[in-house]
Design a protein around this ligand. Structure first.
Ligand code: FLV
Length: 410
């Protein structure tokens, strides 16, 4: 036992410290630690299971919004620091990464990536992505009812979508789903996770080299072109493609499975979308708000000077985490926040983050979720869980939460 780890006060400041253990939760159960933090009227000091030291946690919507847009908090200052963390190692490489960049460099990288995520390129991608969903469900029908939706749809579909966006050839895609899952579940096997990340990066390097031989307007082509033009560096191009591939495949796999689980366990909501399919985009946004997407909290920021915020003074050098999950359940912004309600109207949720690091792939993620829900509703009017919900198994020790399998009948 490390006495400093378990201390209930921060040795430097004498402030109370809340140890956040990151237990695994079943289904869509919301972490009670975050509910408690929302009842606190000021930011709290926390200690997470990995790394060292303590950090501040922003939970309320207004505080998360302030902390994630305030330029006095820096991502690049994280590089090389050991901080208290949700994960035993940094998921994104800290070198040349968008995750660890601050404006203005961050904006240079995002400007390049945005060329592959325009409304027009999404429109162009949509029929291809729809075709993938149709084919996967044809295959599921050949398998026969009951079948596992994670295996047949939620796993392969988002991987195909990001691979199409990147322009990755079929023969490179084979093992990518399991790689993405191993990388993002570092708890049980940290070495396997870092090895898998290395393998994916090597694939990306090969793909960018292929684009130099033969140009194309997919994301790999955009990144290779921007690197050749000196807009971004080669390591930045590799890091961006890797991050989009791994996060895109893994986050949507789990989030979309959680969405379908939510619909299958909220039959009135499901029925409503059957009757009013034009509501699906709005329902997807409410599902994004409602679903506790991850365990713990993502990358923090470092204060570059003393900042008064959320009822506390954060000292220069302190670590600041912002919980988008908590912000999405703030009753001051979302009345009855723990209720799934498709009638909230326009929802300014933070499921894709906030500020200069707001998710670059949100348009693609939304499109994928809309296609999954629309296609399932059109094809399977009697879609239902094949087992009682309490018998489903949920992933353990994962950063992004989701069911292990989603057996359904139709
Ligand atoms: O921080 C998160 C994140 C970062 C990222 O760069 C890509 C992602 O898909 C995610 C994510 O899904 C959840 C996060 O908390």
């Amino acid at each position: 036992m490390d006495p400093e780890r378990d201390a209930a006060v921060d040795p430097a400041s004498g402030e109370p410290v809340h140890c956040w253990n990151l237990d695994d939760f079943e289904a869509l159960e919301f972490d009670p630690f975050l509910h408690d933090r929302l009842r606190d009227d000021r930011a709290t000091r926390i200690r997470l299971p990995f790394g060292q030291g303590t950090a501040w946690l922003m939970a309320r919507y207004a505080d998360v919004k302030a902390a994630t847009t305030d330029p006095r908090f820096s991502r690049s200052e994280l590089v090389g620091r050991t901080i208290t963390a949700s994960s035993p190692h940094a998921i994104a490489s800290q070198q040349a990464s968008m995750n660890y960049a601050d404006p203005p460099r961050l904006n240079d990288m995002r400007r390049v990536v945005a060329r592959a995520f325009t409304g027009k390129s999404m429109q162009k991608l949509r029929p291809t992505v729809q075709h993938t969903a149709d084919q996967l469900l044809d295959e599921m029908e050949r398998h026969g009812s009951p079948a596992d939706l994670v295996e047949h749809l939620h796993g392969p579909f988002p991987l195909a979508a990001v691979a199409d966006l990147l322009g990755m050839p079929q023969d490179m895609r084979q093992d990518m789903t399991s790689w993405a899952n191993v990388i993002m579940t570092p708890g049980p096997a940290p070495d396997k996770s870092t090895d898998a990340l290395k393998t994916v990066r090597e694939c990306v390097v090969t793909l960018l080299a292929m684009r130099r031989e033969k140009q194309s307007d997919d994301l790999a082509g955009v990144l290779a072109g921007a690197a050749d033009a000196g807009e971004i560096t080669e390591p930045e191009a590799v890091s961006i493609a890797t991050a989009i591939l791994v996060s895109g495949a893994h986050a949507v796999r789990n989030n979309s499975a959680n969405m379908v689980y939510a619909l299958l366990t909220h039959p009135e909501h499901h029925e409503r979308l059957r009757r009013e399919p034009e509501m699906i985009p709005q329902a997807v946004d409410e599902l994004l708000r409602f679903i506790p997407h991850r365990s713990g909290v993502g990358l923090p920021r470092i204060a570059t000077r003393d900042v008064d915020i959320a009822g506390v003074t954060i000292k220069a050098g302190d670590t600041v985490y912002s919980s988008y999950l908590a912000a999405n359940r703030d009753p001051e912004v979302f009345p009855n926040p723990d209720t799934l309600d498709f009638d909230r109207g326009p929802i300014a949720h933070m499921a894709f983050g906030n500020g200069p690091h707001h998710c670059v792939g949100s348009m693609l993620a939304r499109m994928e979720s809309e296609i999954i829900i629309t296609t399932l509703i059109e094809r399977y009017p009697r879609l239902a869980l094949a087992v009682p919900p309490e018998q489903l198994e949920w992933q353990a020790g994962a950063l992004i939460r989701g069911p292990k399998t989603l057996p359904v009948t139709w």
